[in-house]
Design a protein around this ligand. Structure first.
Ligand SMILES: C[S@@+](CC[C@H](N)C(=O)[O-])C[C@H]1O[C@@H](n2cnc3c(N)ncnc32)[C@H](O)[C@@H]1O
Length: 187
């Protein structure tokens, strides 16, 4: 169960997301699924590409509070970096979430290996670049989730074809919210 302090902020950002024209956040049902995936997989090191105002980050943060893990979330827009950081502080999640400001390619290159779960939710063109930077740092059994698998099917078709061709991966579409391409790294 997500604590009421965090749920209150989820409600606020859910409402604000419908008014803002640049939030592009996951639908609430998808956020709930992200929370569940993190708990079910016992993820302790999560990396998110695309923080926006912190809506999906609240679900990850709530899960990290339970698993004793940590979320690294990245956005290149200062306004969103500042706003999400403040939201995470209000949610009491500052100790389990690190905000990074800048281009994800630069920041991912500097993150250490041992990632349990990554969520790629930025510009669709960059998806393969982010994947290539994360994959070698993902532990065996770890997952990469890519958002918009159903809403941006054609933009992501090459990426999906690529991950499904990998011998050391299993990949499926989960049609909840915007849709996720869920790729698991195999031995
Ligand atoms: C779809 S929104 C993320 C929504 C968020 N995951 C949520 O559900 O609340 C995408 C975000 O990715 C950021 N972004 C796009 N390309 C980026 C890049 N190369 N590096 C860092 N951030 C990037 C944008 O600024 C935008 O805020």
């Amino acid at each position: 169960m997500i604590p009421s302090t965090i749920l209150k902020l989820i409600d606020e950002l859910d409402a604000l997301g419908k008014q803002r024209d640049d939030a592009w956040q996951v639908p609430r049902a998808e956020g709930e699924l992200l929370y569940q995936i993190a708990l079910a997989t016992g993820a302790k090191r999560i990396v998110e590409v695309g923080t926006s105002y912190g809506f999906s980050g609240l679900f990850w943060g709530a899960a990290m509070r339970r698993t004793g893990g940590h979320l690294h979330t990245i956005d290149r827009e200062t306004k969103k970096y500042e706003s999400s950081k403040q939201t995470f502080a209000q949610a009491g999640l500052s100790d389990v979430i690190t905000n990074h400001l800048g281009d994800a390619r630069r920041i991912l290159a500097d993150l250490p290996a041992g990632i349990d779960l990554a969520f790629i939710d930025a510009d669709k063109k960059g998806t393969r670049d982010y994947f290539d930077l994360i994959w070698p740092k993902l532990r065996i059994g770890g997952s990469i989730l890519v958002d918009n698998a159903t809403t941006h099917k054609s933009e992501l078709s090459q990426y999906v074809q690529f991950v499904r061709s990998l011998k050391d991966a299993g990949s499926v579409e989960v049609a909840v919210g915007n849709g996720l391409e869920w790729t698991v790294r195999l031995a």
